[in-house]
Every structure is written in structure tokens, then in C-alpha cells.
Design a protein around this ligand. Structure first.
Ligand code: C2E
Ligand code: MG
Ligand code: MG
Ligand code: MG
Length: 287
């Protein structure tokens, strides 16, 4: 029976894999047209300054609404966009959209100090990356100081020399750099002084359990302290509970992002000043 069971399971896994490969092939093909067919949108998630309870910035998050499949999650289609090279035009489009949104808020009399855009490793390897970005900033009139680019530890680790060169160029132009999902990769602490960085984003896998798990709390506190001592900002990702926010404020974490504070929203639906007054009112009861 065990043997039969085992064989069935192997067959199931094989069929499952075939299906998965077919699905990915299909998605990759669909993604080719997604941009031209207007299926891509950018959502913005506010990042809140914990000292002042003001909006520190927003993170641009790509969304794909497929006509038949519905919403496809970024964790599914971004790897495909990276493999096919589509991330280059798509990433450029996201950046331009984000800059435009910053201007739109400004014209509406709302202040959003910075916009953060995720950068994938494939974009990093594109030798035109820096000039493309500088071109988009010039074209939209956004000061480079208001743009933050988020890279993961694996991007830094995959080619440290290239990373240092590209980050150096971006930094010299005045763009700031954040390490995303900090603590989940394989980078050593030496990276923190090797690369020109401005922000550490504590991964939400740590933040999620800071109330219950002493180890996660210790790691989060250590990252906050480390960032402060190195003169970097630190953003806690994935804040969902009042208790987490209370601890983060107690530990003097500079900024936070998460569903408790604000979900990712369409640019036109975000009223930054209303968001803040609502947030302050809600948080007063839990301070
Ligand atoms: P990320 O850069 O770490 O973005 C944060 C993710 O956490 C977002 O997922 C956001 O919706 C989610 N999140 C925020 N607050 C909470 C919370 O309180 N609880 C939980 N459970 N989740 C929260 P999303 O939008 O699905 O994006 C997933 C990843 O896809 C991003 O992770 C980023 O690595 C990548 N991504 C998204 N947009 C782009 C893009 O334009 N370019 C590139 N290269 N990657 C992107
Ligand atoms: Mg990010
Ligand atoms: Mg992250
Ligand atoms: Mg992530």
C-alpha cells in the first residue's frame, strides 16, 4: 500500500509540475501584452513616520489585473517578468507612473515627501539603468532626493561589485537606497558599510511576531539600533497590530508600513491628509 501511495504521490507531483510549467508559460505570454493592454496598475502604500505620525512616503506596488484570471499576485508574475526581460520596460513604466503620481498629489495640494520603487536584479544588470532613471526624473521634474529605490539583499549579494557601482551612481545623483526584506537574505553585516545605503526595511516575517516571540523581538530591536548607529532610517514592514506599533514606537523605530496603518491603494483614492487625521484619531486610543 505504501509503495502504491508513494507512486501515486510521485505521479501527482509530476502532473502538478507540468501544470505549473504550462501555467507559467501561459502567464509569461500574457504578460507580454499586459502593459500595452492597460492591465497593469500601480498601487501605493503609505509609509508613516512614527515620530510625527506624518506620511514619510509611499511605496509603489505593481498590480496586474488579467481579464480572465483576475488579479495575479506580484510574487507570481514578477519572477516571470524578470526571466523574460519584461521587467525592464515594466519597471521603467512603474517608475514613470510613480513620479507622475507624486506630481498629481502635489497639484492637489498634498505633500508626499518620497516615493519608493522596487528594483529587481534584472534591472540592476541593465547597463542603461542609471541613465533611464535620471531621464525619467528629468522628464517628470521630480527631484532625485524624493526617489528611493528598494533592493533586496540577494540583489546586492548576486554581484557585489556591480551593486556597489550602480548604487554609487544612483547615490551620487541624489537618489536614496533602501534594503528591502532586511534580515531574510544572506548578506553579512559588512554589506552595511560596503554599500551606500539610506534605509533598512525590517522584513515583516520578524515584525509579525515581535509581541509573542522573544527572538523576533530581539532581532527587530537589534536592526533598529544598528540602523540608528549607522545613521540609516529603518522601516518596519507588515505592521498589522496595535501592539506591534506600540513596541516599535517604544524602540524608536523611525518609520512603519503595514495594513494597520494603510493598505496599498490606488493613487487617485489616496487622500493623504484625510488618511493622517484618521490614523491619528485611531492611534490616540492605543498610544
Ligand atoms: P515588498 O517590496 O517587500 O512589498 C511589500 C509587500 O508586503 C507588498 O506585497 C505589500 O502589499 C505587502 N504588505 C504591506 N503591508 C502588509 C501587512 O501589514 N501584512 C501583509 N501580510 N502584507 C503586507 P505585494 O504588493 O504583493 O508585493 C510583493 C512583492 O512583489 C514586493 O515585496 C516586491 O518585492 C515585488 N514588487 C511589487 N511591485 C514591484 C515592482 O514594481 N517592481 C519590482 N521589481 N518588484 C515589485
Ligand atoms: Mg519593497
Ligand atoms: Mg519588503
Ligand atoms: Mg518582499
Amino acid at each position: 500500500v505504501a509503495k502504491q501511495k508513494g507512486r501515486n504521490r510521485i505521479q501527482f507531483t509530476q502532473a502538478d509540475m507540468n501544470e505549473r510549467v504550462e501555467e507559467e508559460l501561459f502567464l509569461s505570454q500574457e504578460l507580454v501584452n499586459a502593459l500595452a493592454m492597460n492591465q497593469l496598475r500601480v498601487a501605493y502604500q503609505p509609509i508613516i513616520c512614527l515620530g510625527t505620525l506624518g506620511v514619510a512616503g509611499v511605496e509603489a506596488l505593481l498590480r496586474w489585473q488579467h481579464p480572465d484570471l483576475g488579479e495575479v499576485a506580484p510574487d507570481r508574475f514578477i519572477p516571470l517578468a524578470e526571466d523574460t526581460g519584461l521587467i525592464i520596460p515594466i519597471g521603467e513604466w512603474v517608475l514613470r507612473e510613480a513620479c507622475r503620481q507624486l506630481l498629481a498629489w502635489e497639484e492637489a495640494g498634498q505633500c508626499c515627501p518620497r516615493v519608493s520603487v522596487n528594483l529587481s536584479v534584472a534591472q540592476f544588470r541593465d547597463s542603461n539603468l542609471v541613465s533611464r532613471i535620471v531621464g525619467i526624473l528629468a522628464e517628470t521634474g521630480i527631484p532625485p532626493g524624493r526617489l528611493c529605490l528598494e533592493v533586496t539583499e540577494s540583489t546586492l549579494a548576486s554581484d557585489p561589485e556591480l551593486a556597489q557601482e550602480v548604487l554609487g551612481s544612483l547615490r551620487r545623483v541624489g537618489i536614496s537606497i533602501a534594503v528591502d526584506d532586511f534580515g531574510t537574505g544572506y548578506s553579512s553585516l559588512a554589506y552595511l558599510r560596503q554599500f551606500p545605503l539610506d534605509v533598512l526595511k525590517v522584513d515583516r516575517r520578524f515584525v509579525a511576531r515581535i509581541e509573542e516571540d522573544g527572538d523576533d523581538a530581539a532581532i527587530t530591536r537589534a536592526v533598529i539600533t544598528l540602523a540608528r548607529e549607522l545613521g540609516l532610517k529603518v522601516v518596519a514592514e507588515g505592521v498589522e497590530k496595535n501592539g506591534q506599533l506600540r513596541l516599535l514606537r517604544q524602540w524608536a523605530c523611525s518609520e512603519a508600513q503595514g495594513f494597520l496603518l494603510a493598505r496599498p491603494l490606488w493613487g487617485k483614492d489616496i487622500d493623504l491628509s484625510r488618511l493622517l487625521s484618521g490614523l491619528r484619531k485611531r492611534l490616540e486610543n492605543h498610544a
